[in-house]
Write a protein that binds this ligand. Structure first.
Ligand code: EPZ
Length: 420
């Protein structure tokens, strides 16, 4: 894969309709949630991306059988799943840490390789661990592994220092089988959390306040397997809508709830786009050149950090100066050097980026340093003059299903070249 590249000829406005896939950042957690009860699960609209494949491997190591039919995943969970998530898989995908809560709740033991940092930040998990310890877990570091044990978790009040998505999800999945009631305050409110709670509810869990800062979980003795359809991927949808704006196009993304994209759509409208929100679809058209906008990333319902790189590309094309502020991850501007090579004029000052607009992006060989930065480079290449070669596809494929084929349906001149 590392030698594959995307070759993009820029300058074509994107036009047409495209269906959003199921959300990566929900599907991974729904797959982990299956560990909470024995039985067969049918999860529809699961994106066929590398991260999902890694989670399939993690479930496989824990004794679960999985089969895919199109985007429908069946997971068969045994009476006693394994309890170890190994280093070789966790290092490929930090999100594997999300099996910690379900395994501890279900089996009273979980051994998970300690996830390292990544290109966008240190990615600490202290809030996960502190919350589980407050619920009675004993957690030790053992040769690079977190070894967590508890006869049965006990519900309690946990106040999160920061509304961490992963910590909220791990603690919810710990609380559903705990003794008594767990109350998570300053919880994350991302739509993917509400989607997880919707699936847990059909498994028999008792959860109130999903998607709000205060989530209350009344533990039950047992849960049951279920079926679920993954919520639409607001980040994939946002990526295509920003690409439409950056190329002066007109694109409708279906299968996504506009309310999951309130702030990005508002910023696109501020940038001069025509934005039409339908029941479960959004249309973005950019008749003229983009205008500058300032934006700051924050936990939901703030502007999503996972759309920050894409939006910075749009701002670099704008007729004026914009300021982007990244508040969620401490080193998420690594990609800036790559779009500077394409002619963007961006100055960094801590977690602020001053983007001088009016750039005429030019083709240049670039490399994706992470999933969303990779998507931003594709957008830059679609807006640039000439033919751009993008490498580091391993990252893009982790979060986007068949990106070149899907963009080509909107008129993009893009292809994947695989060395012979
Ligand atoms: C999820 O990561 C997403 N990943 C990320 O998407 C997304 O950027 C992020 O939420 C924020 O929206 C998945 O869902 C798989 P956090 P997560 O815990 O759960 C700090 C993508 O491209 N923190 O909300 O890891 C942490 O260091 C990815 O799809 C602690 O300090 O995010 C970070 O700065 C990238 N201690 C901030 O909080 C903790 O215990 C947000 O992290 C936990 C987090």
């Amino acid at each position: 894969m590392d030698h594959e590249k995307l070759v993009v000829s820029g300058g074509n406005p994107l036009r047409g309709r495209i269906e959003a896939g199921g959300a990566k950042n929900s599907a991974l957690k729904l797959m982990a949630a299956t560990l909470l009860a024995e039985g067969s699960y049918r999860i529809e609209r699961v994106p066929r991306i590398v991260d999902v494949q890694t989670m399939v491997q993690v479930l496989g190591r824990l004794g679960c059988a999985t089969t895919f039919e199109g985007n429908t995943l069946t997971v068969d969970v045994p009476a006693e799943p394994g309890t170890e998530a190994p280093y070789d898989l966790v290092r490929q995908m930090r999100a594997s840490i999300i099996v910690l809560g379900p395994l501890l709740a279900r089996r009273g033991h979980a051994r998970v390789s300690m996830p390292g940092g990544c290109a966008i930040g240190s990615r600490k998990i202290d809030l996960h661990l502190r919350g589980l310890e407050r619920m009675g877990a004993e957690i030790a570091m053992d040769h690079g592994y977190l070894d967590a044990r508890c006869d049965r978790l006990t519900g309690t009040r946990v106040v999160l220092d920061f509304p961490s998505v992963g910590a909220t999800e791990n603690l919810i999945m710990a609380g559903v089988l705990a003794k008594g009631t767990t109350r998570i305050e300053n919880a994350a409110r991302e739509p993917e959390i509400a989607d997880l709670c919707a699936m847990l509810a059909t498994m028999g869990a008792r959860i109130a306040g999903a998607g709000t800062p205060d989530v209350e979980i009344e533990g039950v003795d047992a849960l049951r397997a279920t079926d679920h359809v993954v919520v639409g991927d607001r980040i994939e949808a946002g990526t295509y809508l920003i690409a439409a704006a950056a190329t002066g196009g007109d694109v409708t993304v279906t299968g996504v709830a506009p309310k999951h994209l309130d702030l990005p759509l508002q910023k696109l409208a501020d940038a001069g786009a025509q934005v039409d929100a339908g029941v479960n679809e959004v249309r973005v058209a950019m008749p003229g050149g983009p205008k500058p906008v300032d934006f700051v990333t924050l936990p939901f319902p703030g502007f999503p950090t996972d759309l920050m790189p894409q939006m910075m590309v749009l701002c670099s094309l704008a007729g004026g100066d914009s300021i982007a502020t990244e508040n969620v991850f401490e080193s998420r501007f690594m990609f800036v050097d790559e779009i500077r090579r394409m002619g963007a004029d961006i100055r960094l000052d801590g977690h602020h980026a001053a983007i001088r607009g009016g750039a005429r992006l030019q083709a240049a060989p670039v490399r994706a340093p992470d999933i969303r930065a990779g998507a931003a480079l594709v957008i830059a290449a679609l807006a640039a003059e000439g033919e751009t070669e993008i490498t580091g596809l391993g990252f893009i494929d982790r979060g986007y299903e068949r990106i070149e084929e899907r963009l080509a349906t909107l008129g993009a001149r893009i292809e994947r070249r695989v060395p012979r």
